[in-house]
Design a protein around this ligand. Structure first.
Ligand code: NAP
Length: 294
């Protein structure tokens, strides 16, 4: 963090080596010729408080926050916007007049990608979400806010699914159900839902489950949308199986770019150059030897 003119924004997380946010955020900043550098701020847990504290320095505009700190940063901020407060997760921090304000743009990114690229309107629909980590929290919250009528969470660790369902149900009227991993009723459940969302890390390039799918191919119905939040590879094993089954598919790259675009607009007050961001995100994926974090 350096000279008088240059300002900084970055992503706080751990580990961060796979992040492609610098690729598409810097391209957007350069598109407007802004004297701002987007940096990787890889931070071990013990350094989190200090890293967030540094955002108060005048040369810093704010940050993205990613795994594993989206909830940990909450008490370190001065204010949360309404959505971040309700979901209790922050993925974007903005410094305004010396105060740190927390936002959540994951919910917007998830829904914008679903509507614009998936051509899917969640209102009135039945949905199955696989996974119960941070991404699932944002996805479930977004779907409930958008008016789905039924939401079932399927997760390897049942207790985690139940804890998420419990946290969500306190905020909405829709009943949130859970189903154990590998339960024989899954096929029947999928056959009557409209959307399946994968929020696990399965299929992620260079992860320990690379090449794996969270669903057996034979369980994927036709006439359904399968949305995989994993964005590297662009076509995951789940999406390949879904296409083979005749289902429509949506990968995770659009969500990644839309959440980043909303953050960019909060920091710069400039309209995000989406085409530039999509192109550079795809190019960034090509350059990375892995890609699992914002
Ligand atoms: P997380 O909090 O670590 O959660 C990981 C989830 O994956 C948990 O539900 C975990 O189940 C499940 N899982 C991991 N390995 C598994 C296995 N072998 N079998 C079955 N389930 C397994 O991670 P996250 O932050 O939610 O991220 C999840 C994925 O979403 C990542 O691939 C990430 O890149 C992607 N993502 C994409 C975007 C985007 O903008 N496109 C945004 C955020 C995240 P247990 O609870 O049983 O451990």
């Amino acid at each position: 963090m350096g000279d008088d003119k240059l300002r900084f924004v970055g992503v706080i997380g751990y580990p961060l080596r796979h992040s492609i946010s610098p690729a598409f955020q810097q391209a957007a900043l350069d598109y407007y010729g802004l004297d701002i550098r987007y940096e990787l701020w890889e931070t071990e847990p013990i350094g989190l408080q200090s890293m967030v504290g540094q955002l108060r320095l005048p040369q810093n505009l704010g940050a993205n926050v990613t795994v594993p700190y989206k909830q940990a940063v909450l008490p370190m901020l001065d204010e949360l916007d309404d959505l971040a407060s309700r979901i209790e997760a922050v993925n974007t921090i903005v410094r305004q007049e010396g105060r740190l304000i927390g936002y959540n743009t994951d919910v917007y990114g998830f829904l914008q990608a679903l509507r614009q690229h998936g051509k899917f309107e969640p209102e009135g629909k039945e949905v199955v979400v696989i996974g119960a980590g941070g991404a699932a929290r944002a996805a479930c919250f977004a779907l409930l806010e958008a008016g789905v009528v039924s939401l079932t969470i399927v997760n390897r660790t049942r207790e985690r699914a139940e804890a998420l369902a419990w946290a969500l149900e306190g905020r909405v009227r829709t009943r949130v159900a859970t189903l154990p991993w590998g339960d024989a009723r899954l096929g029947e459940l999928l056959s009557r839902c409209h959307l399946i969302v994968n929020c696990t890390t399965m299929g992620m390039k260079y992860g320990s489950e690379e090449g794996e799918s969270p669903l057996e191919a034979g369980l994927i119905p036709q006439n359904i949308l399968v949305y995989d939040l994993v964005y590297n590879p662009l076509e995951t094993p789940l999406l390949r199986a879904a296409k083979a089954a005749g289902a429509r598919t949506l990968g995770g790259l659009a969500m990644l770019v839309y959440q980043g675009a909303a953050a960019f607009e909060l920091w710069t007050n400039q309209k995000a150059p989406l085409d530039v961001m999509f192109e550079s995100a795809k190019a960034g994926l090509g350059e990375k030897k892995g890609g699992c974090r914002q």
